[in-house]
Ligand binder design. Structure first.
Ligand SMILES: Nc1nc2c(ncn2[C@@H]2O[C@H](COP(=O)(O)OP(=O)(O)OP(=O)(O)O)[C@@H](O)[C@H]2O)c(=O)[nH]1
Ligand SMILES: [Mg+2]
Length: 444
């Protein structure tokens, strides 16, 4: 346990009805008694307190205080939470008052959660889940974060690590007693267990990045020839005038990004420059960026002007793939179109002007987004950090399968558990701690 008691505003900064100031460490209760002049605090009960300045005795506020004795607290240490009025001056007065006490200091970003981790209240995946929950902007993101915070990922990875440790025990037995050969059927059983584990981890990795997509947002690119109505479509999706719309071909040049919530899923939409042959250096750069955006997107809307059918721009057609929704806009301008398919994709029809077909398009888009990041029964891995460690783990298991000598094979199993341990923080954690906790705000 750390000997310094830390404090911070745990609720959002700025004027509000109620603010929460949190205190964690061995001096927490003592400070509460000194500020309130009261002696008895029943654990986990809200107590009405009159807080006074420890230097001049001036009143700070009339509020509530809760005392959570360690280890049954968020950090595992003694914790006190003050609920006070949320005016800036009140909060500042309490923060200043706490600063008067020797041994107390302001918490750093993520320090409360870091202490919770260090006191075994949560593993690293749970801490990351908590950070994600604080940052979640859509319902599905919050659900995934909550599940991770509850330990779904940590349990999965710890179970895998335990299974490897179990297998390792067999090998260490052979190494310790080299005269006694491991019976063939035991060795075969061990190898089969490793193969099974390896395929489970590989299946978990082959999840189409759904957890990461849900955490980071699905990247959607709107591409197509100039004047097709790309910016008009972005404005419909964003429900505001994000991009300039005009009948001048080549209006949009930069990539314009907008963060949206589509059916509860986070989507980062990019409107792009119309793709065509150009001599204008700025437009050429815009088109290059449009193509890069298309290549990096998880999903594309490839938009055409219905009047261009059947003479579609080849450069745009070449960007259509299985992650594309092909859409014909401006159907108000033409007689009914009935195109069977374009590069295997069945087109949708709409008019950004009259609104016809927009609802069907939104529905199709929502389905595509949901398909890519919908939560399944199994917990999904949410970060590149997890993916890297799991890939390292699989590499070690593959090497294990290729080696006959028990001493060397055992080392590969040890490396495999270490890779899993890096994710949850069980082993070799120091170097990843800073990365994980730097994501937090102060007061958490
Ligand atoms: N008739 C009709 N006009 C439309 C429709 N959608 C957009 N427009 C018009 O088409 C013109 C081009 O629209 P934009 O949204 O700027 O097209 P864009 O694809 O972003 O064009 P660039 O930025 O130049 O690549 C504007 O005058 C729009 O008002 C539609 O469904 N029907
Ligand atoms: Mg545009």
């Amino acid at each position: 346990m750390s000997d310094q008691t830390i404090y911070a505003l745990a609720s959002g900064a700025g004027r509000c009805g109620v603010a929460v100031v949190r205190l964690s460490g061995s001096q927490a209760l003592d400070v509460l008694c000194k500020l309130s002049g009261q002696e008895i605090f029943k654990p986990r009960y809200a107590h009405r307190v009159q807080l006074n300045d420890p230097v001049d005795g001036d009143p700070i506020d009339d509020g509530l205080a809760l005392y959570f004795p360690g280890p049954n607290s968020f950090t595992g240490e003694d914790v006190v939470e003050f609920q006070i009025h949320g005016g800036r001056a009140v909060v500042q007065a309490l923060i200043d008052a706490l600063g008067y006490f020797d041994g107390l200091r302001m918490a750093e970003a993520g320090e409360f959660t870091r202490r919770a981790f260090e006191n075994d209240k949560m593993d690293l995946t749970a801490a990351e889940g908590l950070a994600d929950l604080i940052h979640a902007e859509t319902r599905a993101q919050a659900k995934q974060a909550l599940r991770q915070m509850d330990g779904a990922l940590g349990t999965l990875y710890n179970d895998w690590a335990d299974r490897i440790l179990h297998i390792l025990a067999h090998f260490e037995a052979v190494i310790d007693f080299p005269d006694e050969d491991l019976p063939q059927e035991v060795e075969d059983g061990v190898r089969a267990k490793v193969t099974l584990l390896q395929s489970e981890i590989e299946d978990h990795l082959k999840d189409g990045h759904r957890g990461e997509l849900l955490r980071d947002g699905v990247r959607l690119a709107i591409i197509g020839p100039p004047n097709a109505g790309k910016s008009s479509l972005l404005n419909h999706l964003a429900k505001r005038e994000v991009a300039i719309v005009s009948d001048i071909a080549g209006t949009t040049r930069d990539v314009i990004e907008s963060h949206l919530d589509i059916g509860g899923y986070p989507v980062v939409v990019s409107d792009t420059a119309g793709i065509r042959h150009s001599e204008d250096v700025i437009e050429i750069e815009g088109i290059r960026r449009a193509q890069t955006t298309a290549e990096n997107a998880d999903l594309k809307v490839v938009l055409f002007d219905s009047a261009d059918w059947p003479n579609l721009d080849e450069r745009t057609v070449s960007l259509i793939d299985e992650d594309s929704l092909v859409v014909f806009n401006k159907i108000d301008k033409v007689a009914k179109l009935d195109i069977h398919d374009i590069k295997g994709r069945t087109p949708l029809y709409m008019s950004a002007k009259s609104g016809e077909g927009l609802a069907d398009f939104f529905k199709a888009l929502e389905n595509e987004v949901a398909d890519r990041c919908m939560m399944t029964g199994a917990p999904a891995l949410t970060r590149a950090r997890h993916r890297q460690a799991l890939e390292d783990c699989v590499d070690s298991l593959v090497r294990f399968a290729q080696i006959d000598l028990p001493e060397l094979a055992a080392e590969d199993l040890r490396m495999a558990t270490r890779s899993l341990g890096r994710i949850t923080g069980r082993i070799d954690v120091e170097d990843v701690l800073d990365v994980v906790f730097s994501d937090f705000c102060i007061g958490k």
